[in-house]
Design a protein. Structure first.
Length: 310
């Protein structure tokens, strides 16, 4: 059963050729397995952390998927092949004109300008409506994490100045193929298409603090694990399209599993530090957007790398 606990987002699709404002229109298990690695699964081999070898694929724009109650499963595999690297030129972006204003967490026209800027840079948020809501705060936090600022989710003077002045679009570590990248060091989730970083989301991965907690579904039983998000090259092998459901360690939202009981899933808590039992948390609106735009389909590679901060 799901292994993440209850803690405390439509943007665009993945195709750079599309007008990204149009992308804003796209809104948004078999067995109940764990959103953490438990002692029951300790015999599974740990994937070797390597840069991925990704086979470049041709992506096709598809209409948003319709939520269903079907749980899809395939056989999971872990690839550990030598890395392939390419030389890339970072995509340029113009300096913001006028400059982004430090609005804190206030709503208004200055916030709308900041939202457009975040989208231009590839930080996903739900809508540039001037409202400093959940996904705007998450996008600001992702921007701050990427550039090494204090990730408080507030658009202060330092964040506003840097947001105005950057001239290259942020990129993931992977520069080839189509995949999902989880950077544990930055605590960020990247969507890469044909080697291009399309979108960046704030995330919270495993805390790496061992736990022993009561099983939420089986009174009298306990769940134990190490809260580690396993590094390596994995792929989505199972998913659950329905909304919230109760896992052994709490509620999780529309999970997409990529190794064992570890999944990318929606949560009400995505702080600026690693806090999960091993899963990769994103906001609920972000998870709806992922499903609606089919940007994390079955079998897509998921590359997890880095070490958690601290």
């Amino acid at each position: 059963m799901g292994r993440d606990d209850t803690r405390q987002a439509p943007g665009g699709g993945m195709h750079r050729g599309m007008q990204w404002r149009t992308l804003l229109l796209g809104v948004g298990a078999l067995a109940l397995t764990a959103c953490a690695e438990t002692t029951l699964a300790s015999s599974q081999p740990t994937p070797t952390e390597l840069e991925p070898v990704i086979v470049t694929t041709t992506t096709t724009t598809l209409p948003p998927t319709t939520t269903s109650t079907t749980t899809t499963t395939t056989t999971t595999t872990t690839t550990t092949l030598p890395p392939t690297t390419t030389t890339t030129t970072l995509p340029a972006v113009p300096v913001a004109d006028p400059s982004i204003q430090a609005v804190g967490t206030s709503s208004g026209e200055s916030t709308r300008a900041a939202q457009w800027r975040l989208l231009e840079l590839g930080f996903w948020l739900q809508e540039p409506d001037g409202n400093y809501g959940l996904t705007t705060r998450q996008a600001v936090m992702a921007f701050q994490k990427y550039y090494g600022l204090s990730a408080d989710g507030s658009l202060g003077p330092e964040t506003a100045a840097l947001m105005s002045s950057v001239t290259t679009k942020p990129t993931a570590s992977a520069d080839a193929g189509t995949l999902v990248e989880v950077d544990k060091s930055k605590q960020l989730l990247f969507f890469i298409v044909d080697g291009n970083t399309e979108w960046i989301l704030n995330t919270s991965t495993g805390s790496e603090i061992p736990y022993r907690e009561p099983d939420q579904n089986t009174p009298g039983e306990w769940q134990t694990g190490d809260s580690v998000t396993r590094t390596g090259l994995h792929s989505v092998y199972r998913q659950r399209a329905e909304g919230w459901w109760e896992g052994d360690l709490g509620s999780i939202y529309r999970p997409k599993y990529f190794t064992g009981g570890i999944a990318v899933h929606g949560s009400n808590s995505i702080p600026n530090y690693p806090a999960s039992h091993g899963c990769v948390r994103v906001s609920v609106p972000a998870m709806d957007w992922i499903w609606a735009n089919d940007i994390m389909p079955m079998d897509i590679p998921v590359w997890v790398h880095g070490n958690i901060p601290g």
